[in-house]
Design a binder for this molecule. Structure first.
Ligand code: FAD
Ligand code: SF4
Length: 509
């Protein structure tokens, strides 16, 4: 069969598509499965609601890139607007807009999943080959020293002066020129993401990929031949156009841990666990402001992490602690995260070239759910737990001390009201941060847990093969299945997990 990427906003929709396997979502989970299944000779169709946006179409401009690369144009949020929920919506998914941090699932988490949840395939020794293959897919390597920019070097300087453990991170870039706009797409395709690796290989092996193709419902989920109801979208992705049907024996949903349960709930598929156990892993930005020019926008935004406070062996959750990672955003992103407006907003942004920001990443325990109303409207209900707030307070205090040690004039915690820390003694004020809902710019990039894998229908939404309970060959191959937080990052865990689940599927078909 001849593979192709077909944009359904421009090309006529085929009249009734039939395939052996239909994969919904072209990100880390879906693209990996598509490639392995197509290479094994199976007939694969991939449905992706985003468009294929490559090369110079990635204009490095905030507004059009948010519009075309992010779900809900970057405006998706939890029910009370406390957490901004970031997801990719483009061929290749979140890997196109992420910051390329490669972090495999720590062994402590894998052991936890095997021991507490019975996910034996994830036991460290059994899962190791899949992680190794994922690292190869990503061309993972340590970021070269000359690409650690001045902002990340400041974080490192402060951490080393305080004797804290840290590392220059692994990444999946090849030929990066440090243009700095990773969060709105890499115009020179340095990222070795699903768009550049798994999808071209899937097409080469015969997979057909339809873009601007939104799966709205899966019908006949317990019958041999499933029917996926699809709406094609206009070129901008604003409006639904035509309806087509894709029929397939096997349906793999890998639309992301928010959109996968959304589709299942909209289709009326699955048990009471579907949509539950949501982890958003809210991350908080914090900014060291220096008197000297930092130019954090120049070079790789995220290249150094303070790993001193990470722990892997929490008995209840598997992974705990927190991590401090250098980061930078484009002016649009940074201005939207500052707790100022009007003249004070302008004053704040006037310091843009003297900012060294970090993200504080603390894995969370399940404390939310995905809901779909009768009219199809999505609600992401999430309540931050007190223990997560407590760890973020510690993270703020630690990160502030690191920046001050590196010579920052002050450290801005962009809460409402803003907290400005000017000395190590003042850093203890972080202990009083209330983190009341919607008073801090919490960002979620690592959604997980909403169709939990479990050996029994009593404990989860899908079985140990990823098959959704109550269905025949309808699977979930993304981080929806993770029973607790995989780690600080999810791309490598999802690719490795999808590789493992697809390898198992291949033994049965
Ligand atoms: C801004 C940002 C930065 C990040 N940084 C990192 C990082 O540095 N390192 C890391 O490891 N992880 C990072 N992540 C997380 C990581 O990128 C994601 O966890 C990962 O890409 C998710 O893969 P996925 O296959 O589950 O879903 P996605 O990659 O989100 O792919 C799902 C695809 O499904 C499509 N889709 C959704 N619903 C439908 C439907 N109904 N019909 C058809 N198509 C549909 C979407 O358009 C999307 O393209 C980041 C994420 C974001 C958003
Ligand atoms: S830093 Fe620039 S060149 Fe490197 S991956 Fe990011 S966007 Fe591409």
């Amino acid at each position: 069969m001849t593979g192709a990427i077909v944009g359904l906003s421009k090309e006529a929709a085929p009249d009734g598509v039939i395939a052996e396997i239909c994969i919904i979502g072209s990100g880390s989970g879906g693209a990996t499965a598509a490639r392995l299944l197509a290479e094994a000779g199976h007939e694969v169709v991939v449905l992706e609601e985003g468009r294929d946006l490559v090369g110079t179409e990635r204009t490095q401009r905030d507004a059009p890139m948010y519009d075309q690369l992010y779900m809900d144009r970057g405006g998706r949020a939890s029910h009370d607007l406390s957490v901004s929920v970031l997801q990719g919506r483009v061929l290749g998914g979140g890997g196109v807009i992420n910051t390329c941090d490669v972090v495999p699932i720590p062994d402590g988490v894998l052991q936890h999943w095997a021991a507490k949840y019975g996910l034996e395939d994830y036991a460290p020794e059994r899962f190791k080959p899949f992680t190794e293959d994922a690292l190869a897919d990503l061309s993972a390597s340590r970021i070269p020293e000359n690409l650690v920019n001045f902002a990340n070097a400041k974080l490192r300087q402060g951490a080393e002066a305080l004797g804290l453990r840290g590392e220059v991170m692994l990444h999946n870039r090849v030929g990066c020129r440090g243009l700095g706009t990773c969060l709105i797409g890499c115009p020179i395709h340095a990222k070795q993401n699903p768009r550049m690796v798994a999808l071209p290989k899937a097409v080469e092996a015969g997979a057909r990929i339809f873009t601007r193709a939104r799966a709205v419902k899966v019908h006949k989920a317990s019958q041999e031949l499933k029917e996926v109801e699809v709406r094609t979208l206009d070129p901008g992705g604003y409006h639904e156009q035509n309806e087509i049907k894709v029929r397939a024996k096997i349906v793999i949903i890998a639309a992301n841990a928010i959109s996968s349960p959304q589709l299942l709930l909209r289709s009326g598929i699955g048990n009471a666990h579907v949509g539950q156990n949501l982890m958003l892993q809210p991350q908080l930005p914090i900014i060291g402001i220096f008197d000297e020019r930092i130019a954090a926008f120049d070079g790789i935004p995220q290249s150094y992490a303070v790993t001193e406070f990470e722990q892997e062996d929490n008995v209840e959750f598997g992974l705990w602690g927190f991590r401090i990672e250098g980061i930078m955003g484009t002016p649009g992103i940074v201005s939207s995260l500052l707790p100022f407006s009007g003249a004070s907003g302008m004053e704040g942004m006037a310091q843009y070239d003297r900012m060294a920001p970090s993200l504080l990443l603390a894995p969370d325990a399940p404390s939310g759910r995905v809901e779909v109303a009768r009219d199809g409207r999505l609600t992401i209900r999430y309540t931050q737990r007190d223990d997560h707030r407590a760890r973020l307070r510690k993270a703020v205090e630690s990160a502030a001390k690191v920046y001050l040690e590196a010579g920052a004039r002050e450290v801005l915690v962009p809460t409402v009201a803003a907290l400005v820390i000017r000395s190590a003694r003042e850093a203890t004020q972080a202990r009083q941060l209330p983190f009341a809902p919607a008073t801090a710019p919490m960002l979620s990039a690592h959604q997980q847990g909403t169709v939990r894998f479990a050996a029994s229908e009593r404990d989860g939404g899908a079985d140990l093969n990823g098959q959704v309970y109550g269905t025949r060959d309808v699977y979930v191959f993304d981080s929806s299945g993770f029973p607790s937080s995989a780690s600080s990052h999810t791309m490598t865990p999802i690719i490795a997990s999808s590789r493992m689940l697809t390898t198992k599927l291949l033994t049965r078909i």
